[in-house]
Design a protein around this ligand. Structure first.
Ligand code: HPA
Ligand code: ZN
Length: 334
C-alpha cells in the first residue's frame, strides 16, 4: 500500500471543517429553488466557474452568498448530512464541525433552527455510521465584539449542543485580541477555545490567539514557521495546528502544493493535522487533502501515521474516548 493509499484507508478525525463550506453547488441550487431564494448565478456550472479565488476575501464573498439559501431546519440538516456521508466515506470516525451562526441570524434565521438541523444530522451519523461529532460555534471576526457577545447570549439556551467557540472570516485587520473579552467569558462557561490565525495573518496573530484568547488549537497556523520562537512555543505547549492544504492552495497561501509547509511543520515536531476547511469550494474532502498532500510532498508512511494520530490527539474528546479512537487507528495500522 502506498502512503497515499494508507492515508485514505486509515480512520481519522477531522477538526477544521466549516459546515457552510460543505454546501455543494448542486445543493445550493436545490435549496434556492425550495426556498424561493434568487441567486446571482444562472446555473450550477456558472456558480462553479466563479470559484476562482485570489485570496481569503474573494472566497468569503462567494461563501456567504452560497449560505444565503439556508433558511429552515431541514436545510441545515440536509447540508450537514451530506457532509457526514462524505466524511464517513473518507474513513472519518470523529469530526468537530464549525458553524457560523451570524451568517444566518443576520438574515433572520433563529440560531436554534441552525443548531437543531445540524444536531439532527450528527445524531443520525452516530446511529448509522458510528461517526461521532461535535459542534463549534465560530464568531465572525469582521463583525464587532459586541455582536459576538449577542451571538453568545442567543446560543446559551443551546449550550449543551456545542463544545467550543472559534474565530473565523477575514483575518487581516481583525486580530484575535479584538475578541479578548468575549473569549474570556466563553472560557468561564467551560467552552473549548480555538481560533483561525496565521492563515493570511502574521505570527503576532498566532501569539495573540495563544495569549489573549488562550486558544487550545490554532486553525491554519501555517505562517508560524516565520517565527522560530513561536514554533518553539507551539511545540512546547503541544498546541495543535489544524492545517488545510487544498484551502491554502485555492486561496493562494501557497502557489503549488509542493511548496506547502506541512512537512516542515511535522519535522519541527508540531502537532499538525490535515483538514478540508471548505471542501465544496476548495476541490475536495478529507481524503483528497491527504492524498494530494502526501503525493506532492512525498510524505512517508510514518508521516501519514503521525498525521492520523495527531488528529485524535488534537480532538476535544474525553480521555477514554481518545483511547478508543487511537485503538481503532492502531488496529487499522496492524
Ligand atoms: N478562513 C477564515 N474564515 C473562513 C474560512 C477560512 O479558511 N472558511 C470559512 N470561513
Ligand atoms: Zn477555516
Amino acid at each position: 500500500m502506498t502512503p497515499a493509499e494508507l492515508a485514505a484507508a486509515l480512520p481519522k478525525a477531522e477538526l477544521h471543517i466549516h459546515i457552510e463550506g460543505s454546501l455543494e453547488p448542486e445543493l445550493i441550487f436545490v435549496l434556492a429553488q425550495r426556498n424561493g431564494v434568487k441567486l446571482p448565478y444562472a446555473s450550477v456550472e456558472a456558480l462553479r466557474e466563479a470559484y476562482a479565488f485570489t485570496d481569503l476575501q474573494s472566497f468569503l464573498d462567494i461563501y456567504y452568498a452560497g449560505a444565503s439559501v439556508l433558511l429552515h431546519e431541514a436545510d441545515f440538516f440536509d447540508m450537514a448530512w451530506a457532509y457526514l456521508q462524505r466524511a464517513h466515506a473518507d474513513n472519518v470516525i470523529h469530526t468537530e464541525i464549525f458553524f457560523d451562526p451570524q451568517t444566518h441570524t443576520a438574515r433572520g434565521v433563529d440560531i436554534g433552527v441552525v443548531i437543531a438541523g445540524l444536531k439532527r444530522a450528527c445524531v443520525r451519523a452516530q446511529a448509522e455510521f458510528g461517526l461521532s461529532s461535535a459542534l463549534i460555534l465560530c464568531f465572525l471576526r469582521h463583525l464587532s465584539e459586541e455582536d459576538a457577545f449577542a451571538t453568545l447570549s442567543a446560543a446559551l439556551p443551546h449550550r449543551e449542543h456545542f463544545i467550543g467557540v472559534g474565530l473565523d472570516s477575514s483575518e487581516v485587520g481583525h486580530p484575535p485580541e479584538k475578541f479578548s473579552r468575549v473569549f474570556a467569558r466563553c472560557r468561564e462557561l467551560g467552552l473549548h477555545i480555538v481560533a483561525h490565525a496565521g492563515e493570511e495573518g502574521p505570527p503576532p496573530y498566532i501569539w495573540s490567539a495563544l495569549n489573549d484568547l488562550q486558544a487550545e488549537r490554532i486553525d491554519h497556523g501555517v505562517r508560524s514557521l516565520e517565527d522560530a520562537s513561536l514554533v518553539a512555543e507551539l511545540a512546547r505547549r503541544r498546541t495543535p495546528l489544524t492545517v488545510c492544504p487544498l484551502s491554502n492552495l485555492k486561496l493562494c497561501v501557497v502557489n503549488d502544493l509542493r511548496d506547502h509547509p506541512m512537512k516542515k511543520l511535522l519535522d519541527a515536531g508540531l502537532c499538525a493535522t490535515v483538514n478540508s476547511d471548505d471542501p465544496a469550494y476548495f476541490g475536495g474532502y478529507l481524503n483528497a487533502n491527504f492524498v494530494q498532500t502526501v503525493q506532492a510532498l512525498d510524505l512517508s508512511r510514518d508521516d501519514v501515521i503521525t498525521l492520523a494520530r495527531n488528529s485524535f490527539e488534537a480532538s476535544f474528546v474525553d480521555p477514554p474516548t481518545r483511547s478508543r479512537l487511537m485503538a481503532r487507528l492502531d488496529a487499522a495500522i496492524g
